[in-house]
Design a protein around this ligand. Structure first.
Ligand code: HEC
Length: 159
């Protein structure tokens, strides 16, 4: 009981001593302390980025995307999620992933923390994922994916 009171009191102190946080009408980025904040995790923005950044070339969501790497449907994610855990999984997969990116895309994908947060939100949001379709993939990437598929088929024919 005592610890609950202390936690409650601490919350009150936080709310009353940080008027900028309590009054913020945007509430987009959430202050965790005076040094840390959680970026807005906008999953519909993430749906666009998952496609435009090129994750979709190798990973699929909702059956849309490449088959070279793991499916990133929300059903395969931990619930509740710790967003940093997803980043840690990317870090573990990084050597293989960067090699594949340089091989297939010709470059290493870059993103800001804000963009990665949006992608992580999308990866954990089944409702937003249900909207994901081929239409989200920019034409240039779509062409690249078709080209990669043809190459793979040709390689299979030669085997
Ligand atoms: C060119 C191919 C390619 C692209 C593009 C790519 N990945 Fe990967 N990814 C891989 C490979 C290969 C691995 C390592 C093998 C594996 O775990 O599936 C991997 C691993 C991962 C993992 C760890 C797998 C797991 O199940 O824990 C995550 C998470 C991930 N990628 C997320 C992303 C995100 C987000 C993007 C876009 C910003 C992206 N990847 C773009 C190929 C790619």
């Amino acid at each position: 009981m005592k610890t609950q009171y202390i936690a409650f009191a601490a919350t009150l102190v936080l709310l009353t001593t940080q008027p900028a946080f309590a009054d913020s009408d945007s509430m987009q980025d959430e202050m965790m302390s005076s040094e840390l904040m959680m970026p807005a995790m906008n999953s519909s923005e993430g749906r666009k980025l998952f496609a435009s950044k090129g994750c979709v070339v190798c990973h699929s969501v909702n059956g849309v995307g490449g088959e070279d790497a793991s499916m990133l449907d929300a059903e395969f994610m931990d619930i509740p999620m710790n967003p940093f855990e997803f980043a840690a999984r990317m870090w573990r997969g990084a050597p293989a992933m960067i090699e594949a990116q340089e091989d297939e895309l010709g470059y290493q994908i870059e993103f800001t923390g804000e963009e990665l947060a949006a992608i992580i939100a999308f990866v954990h949001d089944p409702d937003e994922q249900a909207k994901f379709s081929e239409a989200d993939i920019p034409d240039a990437l779509k062409e690249m994916m078709e080209h990669l598929e043809e190459e793979e088929e040709e390689e299979e024919d030669h085997d």
